[in-house]
Design a protein around this ligand. Sequence first.
Ligand code: ADP
Ligand code: TMP
Ligand code: ASP
Length: 238
Amino acid sequence: MESGKMLYEGKAKRMFETGDPEILLIEYKNSLTAFNAQKKAEMEGKGRYNTLISAWLFGYLSEKGIPSHFLKLVDDNHQLVRKVQILPIEVVVRNITTGTLCKRLGVPEGMRLPRPLVEFYLKDDALGDPLITDDHALLFNWASPEEIKSMKEKSLAVNEVLGDLFRGKGIILVDFKLEFGRDSEGNVLLADEISPDTCRFWDATTGERLDKDRFRKDLGDVLGAYREIWKRLSGKEE
Ligand code: ADP
Ligand code: TMP
Ligand code: ASP
């Protein structure tokens, strides 16, 4: 498919028009950012791993009955996706306490929660993506009651499916962030990406961090962690 005008360049991806107004071409960049882009780096090969991992996971979710915007892998850095109107809410699901949850609430790191915690953040870089409640989303029309219900149900279903998948590969799915959009019929569809940029993965045996926390916390060998996730999913040695 021909790629057309660039519609948007974000921190991690570029979105292009295609010949079909319902379809976008996504290009995954090698940029790494953290703490609302206060920390930045370029890492050759990062975009490729996120492209492949995200495509693989969306394919797997679709097989398990959870559809998404993902249509097709074009090459190692590009995917075709269904264009949606992104809801301005980032949904975070947490199984184990870490990250901003511990900073914000002073709870200890590494506690397994009795059930998954679902949080909403307003998708607004200028405000630093603040934590919001369902009522904020409703009162400011960021999502309808049905959309809120659907995002929560879908996020918990993704957690179940991916939690089981990664457990089978010796990885703990600690937490992750999802984005959703409205398709042309008004349905809520899972969108954006699912990758080591947007999830926390801990090795089940060693506790080694296999995600963007290696960059956030300067743990070294960031690309090695992304390669390891791809290797465990694909079964391919590189
Ligand atoms: P950011 O905007 O946070 O810097 P990215 O660099 O990942 O993030 O840019 C990708 C942008 O494209 C995000 O704003 C995301 O919400 C949006 N997006 C993801 N999937 C779709 C889609 N299917 N249709 C329209 N926009 C999408
Ligand atoms: P947090 O603990 O920093 O709030 O992160 C929770 C999860 O959400 C973690 O898996 C990383 C992911 N995340 C993103 O994908 N994008 C973001 O902008 C942030 C802050 C977190
Ligand atoms: N994605 C955010 C950023 O790029 C924050 C993060 O993931 O830590 O700054």
